[in-house]
Design a protein around this ligand. Structure first.
Ligand code: TXA
Ligand code: MG
Length: 352
């Protein structure tokens, strides 16, 4: 056990004293959880093997699942990557700082433990002011997976990090709620055309606007059983984001989804199970007296992305046995939402 110190920092004007204190902890080999624009990250010095090892330990993360290395300055990508292809340069100019992670051939500087022995390194420059100033003050690249226990929903507030990691890390920076609520888009730019491995806030359409061609790896859609998919991104073969309750995802046209969820809810209820329904604002009223939580609005899918992980954790707090979740259209940010839901689901049901 270590005593976890919580530092409250206002993202609009980060207190440099506190940031420097946390940055020193990182430089000295400690672990600091911090907000980014996507989800909270669990940071350590990416060049310090022992510190990186500890990230795997405290998260209970399989050692073959590589970490994303975070930088505060675009040029630092050249320290971490052996080469930066022209296509990657264009993406960096357009989307950094922001929620886009690029897979690049790794340089000698990056220890094998950080990339789980792979020849590539995942690099991202976050736009969140606390993340940026923490990395800048630490003056080292910061390896940071999402700050949850492996397999649990990613944390979108400091409270979620506390639930999973208090007593295991030195510092938790509380910078309030995150912006996007789902993790960064992961794009492999070592192949031509580049391949989308994890959908996120930067959409396929936005990437294609810059690059022309972008392939979407089947693993990004998460339609097939993950074991069967070719595990190009090692972490993506594991079941993820899962609440403690059994999640049943219902996909199809909205009205058919509502009808199917009503039917399933009645069935589980008859078995004496406590059921929660994760619905959009537009359909929430159609489920009568069931325990319904509104995740966001279908007309504005970014709100669904933002509410997704928080809602899954809220259902756990209500001790439900089953969560019935409405699917969304798998386009734009909807692809990121469906990727997370499909990977969290124990069961996927097609309606209509
Ligand atoms: O938004 C985010 O990306 C957040 C914040 C904290 O920056 N971080 C995050 O990290 O989501 P994590 O570790 O939870 O997810 C990283 C994903 C994993 O699926 C991992 O397998 C993949 O990126 N990844 C990392 N390095 C890779 C590599 N060299 N090759 C293939 N996949 C890699
Ligand atoms: Mg994660």
């Amino acid at each position: 056990m270590v005593a976890t110190l919580v530092l409250e920092i206002n993202p609009e004007s980060p207190d440099l004293e506190k940031i420097r204190f946390a940055a020193r902890v990182i430089r000295e080999g400690g672990l600091v959880a911090f907000p980014t624009e996507t989800v909270y990250g669990l940071g350590a010095n990416a060049l310090d093997e022992a510190a990186v090892q500890r990230i795997f330990q405290v998260k209970n993360r399989p050692m073959d699942n590589p970490l994303i290395v975070h930088i505060a300055d675009r040029d630092d990508v050249h320290l971490l990557a052996e080469t930066v292809p022209a296509q990657a340069e264009r993406l960096i100019e357009t989307f950094w700082p922001g929620p886009l992670t690029l897979l690049l051939p790794k340089s000698e500087l990056v220890p094998a433990v950080t990339t789980a022995g792979l020849a590539t390194v995942a690099v991202r420059m976050p736009s969140h002011p606390i993340a940026q100033s923490l990395i800048r003050e630490a003056d080292v690249p910061v390896a940071a997976p999402s700050a949850n226990l492996a397999g649990r929903p990613s944390p979108t507030s400091a409270r979620h990090v506390w639930e999973d990691l208090s007593g295991k890390i030195e510092i938790l920076i509380d910078g309030g709620e995150v912006g996007y609520g789902v993790e960064s888009t992961v794009l492999d730019v070592t192949s031509d055309p580049p391949v989308l491995l994890r959908p996120g806030p930067i959409t396929v359409t936005e990437l294609r606007r810059v690059l022309g061609r972008v392939e979407v790896h089947p693993i990004a859609r998460a339609e097939m059983p993950v074991e069967a998919a070719i595990a190009k991104a090692p972490g993506m073969k594991y079941r993820h984001y899962a609440p403690r309750a059994e999640l049943v995802l219902v996909e199809g046209p909205p009205q058919a989804v509502v009808a199917k969820i009503r039917e399933l809810a009645a069935g589980y209820d008859g078995e004496g199970k406590r059921v929660g329904i994760m619905a959009v604002a537009e359909t929430a009223a159609e489920y009568g007296l069931a325990l319904v939580k509104v995740v966001g609005e279908r007309r504005n899918p970014r709100t669904i992305a933002k509410g997704l992980f928080r809602t899954l954790r809220e259902f756990d707090a209500e001790n439900v046995n089953v969560i019935l979740a409405e699917g969304v259209e798998p386009t734009g940010i909807g692809l990121a939402i469906m990727n997370r839901l499909r990977k969290a689901a124990a069961n996927i049901v097609r309606a209509g």
